[in-house]
Design a protein around this ligand. Structure first.
Ligand SMILES: [Zn+2]
Length: 314
């Protein structure tokens, strides 16, 4: 009887133990599955985050990112449509930037020696769409002492100025290199436009009925001229740099800046422009000075300095 009870007790205990082991095994298996599942989800989240991150790198436009998130079906199409061209464009831009870094862009100045050996009195509009007309190109003044015509002095001075600029790394194009030419003020401005000059510099000399009047002036487009609105401020900047540099020269009298809305050579220009009146050929001393190579070169050095100041400002 004792033995029987003992045996039944053992059997019951063993059953209990089996049940306990069964539950333990089942529970831990389930726990494992839950953990594995969680891990999978985590991996998934990481992958999605990675993708979104890469997407941002590929495309600057955040709109593409929003498109990807809200419409996963269009993901591929959106990616192909927007991301690929954008990244291509981005790499093209960075290539251009690298090129710019390694090869500095040349600064181009178009120099216009004022006038020519024969005036052309035929009319041309003073600006695009203007009803008002002016002579295509006037004869200019001449030296009271030297007898030199303005067109000769302006060509001499322009060629020296051009050489000075070229020796300092500036690219130079002249509207004319000979006196025997027929070129209107509009056509001269077109040379600057067609070459997309960084600056259009016109070289002239002044004349007056009063022999006492003398000094250098810098002419610049007027602030209220309808033709030169886009180039007004840059032109003024260039004019100011040139004037400031010439003021450093104690042997040159500087009269200052004159704002002009009536000049065809300015009004037809689409690039920043300025005009230097080197001095009065009707003043005996200044006329002589302008034909003195030392005085002329020293004055043109100031003008070249002003142009280079403008080039580095740009
Ligand atoms: Zn002139």
């Amino acid at each position: 009887m004792r033995n029987k009870t003992f045996n039944v007790g053992i059997i019951l205990l063993s059953l209990l133990l089996l049940v306990a082991i069964f539950f333990y095994v089942t529970l831990s298996a389930e726990k494992d599955n839950v953990l594995k599942a969680n891990n999978k989800q985590e991996v998934k989240t990481v992958e999605v985050k990675k993708e979104v991150h890469q997407g941002k790198n590929d495309s600057v436009a955040s709109l593409n990112e929003e498109g990807k998130a809200s419409a996963p079906d269009n993901h591929e199409k959106a990616a192909q449509k927007n991301v690929v061209p954008d990244s291509t464009r981005a790499s093209a831009v960075s290539d251009q930037l690298q090129e710019k870094k390694s090869v500095p862009r040349e600064f181009l100045v178009v120099i216009d020696p004022g006038h020519q050996n024969r005036a052309n009195t035929a009319p041309e509009p003073i600006g695009p769409g203007a009803k008002e007309e002016k002579m295509k190109v006037t004869g200019g003044t001449s030296g009271v002492t030297t007898g030199k015509p303005e067109y000769k002095l302006t060509l001499e001075a322009s060629l020296i100025l051009g050489q000075m600029l070229e020796s300092r790394g500036v690219k130079v194009i002249y509207t004319r290199t000979t006196n025997d030419i027929n070129m209107s003020n509009r056509e001269r401005a077109e040379v600057a436009n067609q070459n997309a000059a960084d600056l259009f510099v016109r070289i002239h000399a002044d004349g007056s009925t009063d022999r006492n009047v003398h000094g250098l002036s810098v002419l610049t487009p007027a602030s209220n001229s309808p033709y030169t609105k886009a180039i007004f401020s840059d032109s003024l900047k260039a004019s100011q740099f040139i004037m400031d540099e010439t003021r450093k020269n104690s042997s040159v009298k500087v009269n200052g800046i004159s704002y002009r809305g009536d000049m065809s050579g300015f009004n037809w220009s689409k690039v920043p422009c300025t005009l230097v009146e080197l001095g009065f050929m009707t003043n005996p001393t200044e006329d002589k000075n302008l034909s003195d190579p030392i005085y002329l070169k020293s004055l043109l050095t100031n003008i070249a300095d002003g142009i280079l100041q403008y080039a580095s400002y740009k």
